[in-house]
Design a protein around this ligand. Sequence first.
Ligand code: ADP
Ligand code: ADP
Length: 225
Amino acid sequence: NPAIHFHNITLKIDNRTIINNVTGSFPEGKITTLVGPSGAGKSTILKLCNRLISQSSGELYIAGQAIEHYNPIDLRRKVGIVLQSAPMIKGTVFDNLNLPRVLQNSSLSTEEAVSILADVGLDDTFLQKDASSLSGGQKQRVSIARTLVNDAQILLLDEITSALDHNAVKEIENLILHINNKHGVTIIWITHNLQQATHVGHYMWVLMDGELIEAGNSNLLLHSK
Ligand code: ADP
Ligand code: ADP
């Protein structure tokens, strides 16, 4: 099974067609990039994948199961999302990592927190740091770490490097490649940067005006242009 499969998915809002009859897959364990002009529907595709929005028609499958059959809380644990702005709650890095557990009425141990932080390249001195004092790249690492606390199988990334400087972009790219490699997490990654898309992605969706106009291996798609 693909990690996610769209079958004739259409989304209409106020009679306007935002997503138009999209059929396609995100292969399991691979990195798929979503490219296309602003307004093409990329963010909307991500929101459909964790049910922040529901399609008007068509079937959407997560790991072979219709998305409606998931409990919404389980779905959002399984399908993590990371945004460009890397929003943090007030408090320490530990508080931010612990957030998913608090929502489940439990708590992360210090050992687990240290191990997850190490996975995203931050040492244990970060645990008690104020989250608001972090750099953009460090906040992005903590956002990614939060999805690891939930043991997410699928990661949705919405322009996560567009606000970062060149070095931080490279570091975050490498971190996502590591999470994909080490944990086998399926990645769906919106990027404006075609160079980034070919560097990090195995597979690519090209969207335009709410339609999926091409899907396939990143190298093949770009060489055919
Ligand atoms: P992209 O991420 O490719 O820039 P979006 O998915 O954000 O595109 O938006 C696709 C289109 O849908 C845009 O024209 C946008 O204005 C419209 N859109 C997105 N969300 C909504 C909404 N909640 N209500 C109405 N229109 C929306
Ligand atoms: P981005 O370009 O980062 O995708 P947008 O500015 O397009 O962000 O959208 C910001 C938010 O507003 C999103 O949640 C989107 O769904 C919503 N939105 C976008 N366009 C419209 C619209 N025409 N009507 C209502 N909501 C919209």
